[in-house]
Design a binder for this molecule. Structure first.
Ligand SMILES: O=C(O)c1ccccc1N[C@@H]1O[C@H](COP(=O)(O)O)[C@@H](O)[C@H]1O
Length: 199
């Protein structure tokens, strides 16, 4: 089970995520209570060991700026959240950075992993980073195959049940590992990784 811990803001957050055994960590570089500026992101990325993927998370940022911020921060992958068109994936991906396509599941969603040139698909609630869950029954008949992550309101108490129902390749969490909005709880990070791996 691939586990991404998202919305990290401090070196202590990064150290705790690495200690917990996360496969990937996310730094939000667009408007959010969890936003870090590009200089902070660059410093945090330097703390991430090579076996852990540092992902820059973007929503509502034009592709040219995503590409510049990704290059300046040194992230190892870019997560494009929301309704970015295929052209935006092509523009950002032209730099060679691996992409994560993060969308809410609707009747129109292309659930083929790689359909937009991405390495991973992430299915999330319509309100990214809100801690809101979504109806996993929507996956019936629309379940992706391969490298796809489940997100949206996951936490220590519900990740096992969510994994059993959705059967994702990996999971992603932000709100569910926080003591208060935007402030990570390092104990919850450890418990979440353990619970996801045990699922
Ligand atoms: O976390 C944010 O603030 C955020 C901002 C902009 C785009 C995505 C964001 N977070 C993503 O939301 C999910 C997890 O959310 P939660 O666990 O329900 O809080 C994850 O994909 C984050 O990368």
């Amino acid at each position: 089970m691939y586990v991404k811990l998202c919305g990290l803001r401090t070196p202590a957050d990064v150290a705790a995520a690495v200690d917990a055994g996360a496969d990937a960590v996310g730094f939000v570089l667009s408007a959010s209570v969890r936003q870090v500026d590009v200089d902070t992101a660059r410093r945090l990325v330097r703390e991430v060991p090579s076996h852990v993927l540092a992902i820059g998370v973007f929503s509502g940022v034009v592709a040219a700026d995503v590409r510049r911020l990704a290059e300046e921060s040194g992230v190892g992958a870019v997560q494009l959240h929301g309704d970015y068109p295929r052209a935006a994936f092509d523009e950002v991906g032209a730099s060679g950075v691996p992409l994560v396509r993060a969308v809410a599941l609707t009747a129109d969603t292309d659930v083929r992993v790689g359909a937009f040139g991405e390495e991973m698909l992430l299915l999330d609630s319509p309100q990214a980073g809100s801690g809101h869950r979504w109806d996993l029954a929507a996956l019936d008949g629309a379940r992706p195959e391969g490298r796809w992550l489940l997100a949206g309101g996951l936490g220590v108490a519900n990740v096992a049940e969510a994994v059993a129902q959705a059967r994702p390749w990996g999971v992603d969490v932000s709100s569910g590992i926080e003591a208060s909005r935007g402030v990570k709880d390092h104990g919850l990070m450890r418990e979440f990784v353990a619970a996801a791996r045990a699922a």
